[in-house]
Design a protein around this ligand. Structure first.
Ligand code: SF4
Length: 751
């Protein structure tokens, strides 16, 4: 049967969020699919982490639905419903390959793994352990990221372990760690039913986390007095639900949040008791000398609403109203994601979001929580919790701390001094080091950096130069085409492992069907490679359950304690939210709250136990200058984002036949700008930054501000990341995808 998008979404019971945009016409799907058995699982796509029930028949996944008992109450967005389809796209990788005479040719697993190990051994022989690297993904299972991290940091002896979560949420991770002493949000999705105000900044949740947003809409339906403040340079579908939409100029979030803090303090809409008992003020670093609330107030004088309104592209009245609505609210839940994180001021912006909650005591109560969302299904648990980043070690430990290294050496059974004290290379410098020939070999798993890195053409050169082992479920991706060795990987229901989504909920993905061809799980691949590199003894835990149990033991006693999340419980329950230190513990919604969080030992309102003094930090955070000034050559700002039907670089969703008609190749520009340039809808325009250019179809739209243009990051035909900025935040090393200085020109026919 053929359906319009509206009919399709109603047919599947998809969220109203799905009705936001055009596309998806011509969808067909079988009715009344017979199912032999149903199994609990989790969506493969975004960091909302919707729980699913999966129907299997004849060794195939035949149906995926939302799990009624899950936090998502049976809902899935259109991407969730397509979990089945991505298993059976025609480009699934099936056989190992090795490059011979310039061509990737099919070989046996033994030959491919031997070649991979030989390439790594040669690179280490020439340049030492830091001549090799691992670049992973928030799409791997926790067991896989944990094992890769252990192999490279504990076995090979390099901290060159990073991955695509650096690109999407490193600024949030550094923000949480520096403010609370521990990473990850403090609240949970149940807060949505208690919030009286939602503050959404740099997040188009109606399209990028649609099922969570639908729960927000439920709240708006049942409690219509609930307010929504949306801060976004673009009038997104999320902004359509807003009581107040602040359409700020890209990259001015810190100034706006400082101005709100100024106004809250000026009007007395702060919680003085909470501040006096649970907060300190500092500038720069967590161990900087403490300052006073008066120091903070003085610092904010430069950020009075009327002083920053022009910079932010807002009126001072709008800023005051946002502060007032926040200040008079019973319970504020704030959501943010890439829009806030992907800036050179990303950590400062994150710190200020948390500061607004601390100044007003809007934390540790039902409905009151600072809540960053993740983009991938396991960036939190798999990468942040396991410390699979260049600066980190498992469960909040840091490479730079001797005590932390020695603890991990002991836990991994390694001699003292085995783990390098030098933080490794984070994503952008890692690929730059490949360009320079300093990193000679790299293992890339479950990600497509040739398309997802900013200034992508520059780093492609490095990938061409290095000995590249690529492990993925799809072939050929842009990165796979550069591989010296390609290893085919199983995908979600073809292997077993644990995902953790934005609210710290760990849940199990069961193996239900066999992978295609000779594809293997990433865990099997890591163990086989580790053995060939002489680290088989280190990787004694080899099954998903054995690795999980080892990882549980390592979490014991840390601020990430989830010892009580056993496999048996994960099989039974729709996930568990950590901290969860014992097998009879139900999981924790509100961290840091005595009586609710088992790790909070003090009495009273809150215990920020991960900080030495038990107090969270409000940082004096400057807006700082823009890394890319607008000039005559580059007078406009390019910002990027997503749409409902597609996910990230569309490596998966772009291959689903039913989504082929969904347009990904347009540039939104303000109608006034288009008129000045003589550009009409559908005209080909070239967007050029100091790094590169991309050609897209013009789409004049009131969604964007004058002077700002917007492109989807999904485009498969055009490399939008040729133009995006690879400037990084100085603390988190997260790149500034959300703001590049560009010029836009109409392309004349024949050029
Ligand atoms: S909201 Fe995210 S996790 Fe939920 S179904 Fe959609 S893509 Fe999957």
């Amino acid at each position: 049967m053929s359906m319009t998008r509206r009919e399709l979404l109603h047919y599947f019971g998809v969220t109203a969020a799905g009705l936001a945009g055009p596309g998806c016409i011509g969808w067909t799907r079988e009715e009344a699919i017979p199912v032999d058995s149903w199994h609990k699982s989790v969506c493969r796509f975004c960091g909302s982490g919707c729980e699913t029930r999966v129907g299997v028949r004849g060794g195939k996944v035949v149906k995926v639905e939302g799990l009624q008992e899950g936090w998502n109450r049976g809902r899935l967005c259109i991407k969730g419903l397509l979990n089945r389809e991505i298993l059976y796209v025609s480009d699934r990788a099936q056989y190992p390959m090795v490059r011979k005479n310039g061509q990737l040719v099919r070989v046996s697993w033994d030959e491919a793994l031997d070649a991979a190990a030989a390439g790594f051994r040669e690179a280490i022989a020439q340049g030492g352990p830091d001549a090799v690297a691992y670049y992973g993904s928030g799409q791997l299972f926790t067991q896989e990221s944990y094992t890769a991290n252990k192999l490279f940091k504990g076995g090979i002896g390099t901290n060159n372990v990073d991955g695509n979560p650096r690109l999407c949420m490193a600024s949030a991770a550094f923000g949480y760690k520096s403010v609370f002493g521990a990473d990850e949000p403090s609240g949970c999705y149940d807060d949505i039913e208690h919030a009286t105000t939602f503050f959404v900044i740099g997040a188009n949740m109606a399209e990028c986390h649609p099922v969570v947003w639908e729960r927000v809409r439920d709240r708006l339906r049942t409690a219509p007095q609930t307010r929504v403040i949306v801060v976004d340079p673009r009038r997104t579908p999320t902004a359509r639900d807003a009581t107040l939409h602040l359409q700020l100029r890209p990259g001015t979030d810190v100034a706006l949040l400082n101005a709100m803090a100024h106004e809250l303090l000026r009007t007395g809409l702060v919680d003085r008791t909470f501040i006096d008992n649970f907060v300190t003020f500092r500038k720069g670093a967590a161990d900087a000398p403490p300052l006073t609330r008066e120091d903070f107030q003085k610092f904010l004088e430069d950020y009075a609403p009327e002083k920053v309104a022009d910079l932010c592209g807002l009126s001072s009245a709008e800023i005051r109203e946002a502060a007032r609505l926040w200040g008079i609210s019973q319970a504020v839940t704030s959501f943010w994601t890439m829009g806030l994180n992907q800036q050179t001021h990303g950590v400062a912006a994150n710190r200020m979001m948390m500061a607004l909650h601390l100044l007003t005591g809007q934390i540790g109560r039902p409905g009151a929580s600072p809540f960053s969302m993740t983009g991938q299904p396991n960036a939190g648990g798999g990468v942040r919790d396991t410390g699979s980043l260049a600066h980190a070690l498992p469960a909040g430990r840091l490479v730079s701390k001797e005590k932390d290294r020695h603890e991990m050496e002991k836990l991994w059974g390694l001699p003292e001094g085995r783990i390098s004290p030098n933080p490794g290379l984070s994503a952008v410098p890692l690929f730059e080091a490949m360009r320079e020939g300093k990193v000679r070999a790299a293992l890339v798993m479950a990600t497509n950096p040739a398309r997802s890195l900013p200034n992508a053409d520059r780093y492609r050169v490095g990938m061409e130069k290095a000995f590249l082992v690529v492990c993925d479920s799809i072939f050929p991706t842009d990165t796979a085409q550069l591989a010296d060795v390609f290893l085919p990987a199983a995908m979600w229901a073809e292997k077993e492992g644990v995902f953790s989504q934005s609210e710290r909920r760990y849940h199990l993905v069961q193996k239900l069907v066999e992978p295609p061809g000779e594809a293997r799980s990433d865990l099997e691949i890591l163990v086989a490679l580790g053995e060939r590199l002489g680290h088989g003894e280190l990787l004694k835990a080899r099954t998903p359950e054995a690795v999980w149990d080892e990882w549980r033991r390592i979490s014991a006693g840390s601020t990430y304690d989830f010892t009580g999340i056993t496999y048996a419980r994960l099989k039974e329950l729709p996930g568990l939210v950590w901290p969860c230190p014992s097998e009879d513990h139900p999981g924790t919604c509100h961290r840091y709250v005595p009586g609710k969080d088992p790790l909070a030992k003090k009495e009273g309102r809150i215990d920020f136990y991960a900080r030495p003094d038990g107090r969270a930090i409000v940082y004096l955070s400057e807006q700082g200058p823009f890394r890319e000034a607008l000039t005559g050559d580059y007078p406009m700002i390019l910002t990027t984002g997503r749409r409902l039907e597609h996910w990230h670089t569309a490596t998966l969703t772009g291959r689903i036949p039913q989504l082929q008609g969904v347009d990904m190749d347009y540039l939104e520009m303000h109608p006034g700008d288009a008129a000045v340039m003589g550009v009409n809808e559908g005209d080909l325009v070239q967007v050029t930054s100091a790094r590169g250019s991309v050609r897209l179809q013009a789409k004049p739209s009131m969604r964007v501000r004058p002077g700002v243009v917007f492109a989807l990051m999904h485009s498969m035909k055009h490399l939008v990341n040729a133009a995006t900025s690879d400037h990084v935040d100085p603390i988190s090393a997260q790149p500034e995808y959300k703001m590049a200085a560009v010029r836009v020109e109409r392309v004349k026919e024949g050029t």
